[in-house]
Design a protein around this ligand. Structure first.
Ligand code: ZN
Ligand code: ZN
Length: 264
């Protein structure tokens, strides 16, 4: 299995633990060993903020099974300014960087002005098209604007992933038309996620990915706890149940999709 979206760099400090980067790396090594034992052999770690970028590249260098995306999360869009696109382009040159993300819009938390989120989003799509890298899109309670920007920015030229999907079936279908695959996290296993499971059932496994979004979104039975990549198997099991297919089929197809998109 591949955990297509996991913030490995944030797992050790979950709960606001103040520890050094070297200590964090030792813990990440253990987390990756545990994941390998559970059948997860590759992980994609997306970027969030400028201050994480150096550590992210260090993770890519230190761990052969860790691949990266670089991008500025909508929460951090207020830090996107003149010249940011050039700065991000430099980070994207690293050979382990396989996507631009996570980028998008988050109107649930509104931690940056919406105008800033939209500008950072469309400029990063522009960069991804220039670099021919797929996108990892985060959209929360902003689905109409997300789709509008993806369409007007010609995101279909590179496509990518709608991560931790929480939209409607209409949005999923519109995104698939733009060359996007749909990724489900542990939220698919939550007791109240009946609607999301109904949507997942209508998305072919050929366009479906699995992720943890760790340290967030821990699947049942770990809900509320610190999430880690080993738990992605719970998302795969839920998809097997939803589609009424063997677990092996879900694993094979979702792994192939992640390999295709990230060229890993
Ligand atoms: Zn996200
Ligand atoms: Zn994320």
């Amino acid at each position: 299995m591949i955990d297509s979206h996991c913030h490995l760099d944030m797992i050790p400090s979950w709960g606001n633990k103040e520890i050094s980067w070297e200590e964090k790396k030792r813990e990440i090594e253990e987390i990756l060993e545990k994941a390998a034992l559970a059948g997860i052999d590759k992980v994609l770690n997306p970027g969030v903020a400028w201050e994480d970028m150096e550590n992210l590249l260090d993770l890519g260098k230190s761990f052969p099974r860790v691949f990266l995306a670089v991008g500025i999360h909508p929460h951090e869009a207020k830090t996107w300014e003149e010249g940011s696109i050039e700065k991000l382009k430099e980070f994207a040159k690293d050979p382990k960087v396989r996507a631009i993300g996570e980028i998008g819009l988050d109107y649930h938390y509104d931690l940056s002005p919406r105008e800033a989120m939209q500008r950072a989003f469309s400029e990063q799509i522009e960069l991804a098209i220039f670099l021919k890298l797929p996108l990892i899109v985060h959209s929360r309670e902003a689905h109409e604007d997300t789709l509008r920007i993806l369409q007007s920015s010609h995101a279909e030229e590179i496509g990518g992933i709608m991560h931790c999907f929480s939209g409607s079936l209409d949005l999923a279908r519109a995104a698939m038309k733009l060359n996007f695959d749909i990724s489900f996290s542990g939220s698919l296993t939550f007791a109240n996620a009946t609607r999301l499971r109904e949507i997942a059932k209508n998305i072919p496994l050929e366009k479906t990915l699995i992720e943890t979004d760790a340290p967030y979104m821990a699947p049942v039975p770990f809900r509320g706890k610190r999430c880690e990549p080993a738990y992605v198997v719970k998302v795969a099991e839920k998809l097997a149940e939803i589609h009424s297919v063997p677990l092996e089929e879900v694993i094979e197809k979702t792994t192939r999709n992640a390999e295709r998109i990230f060229r890993i």
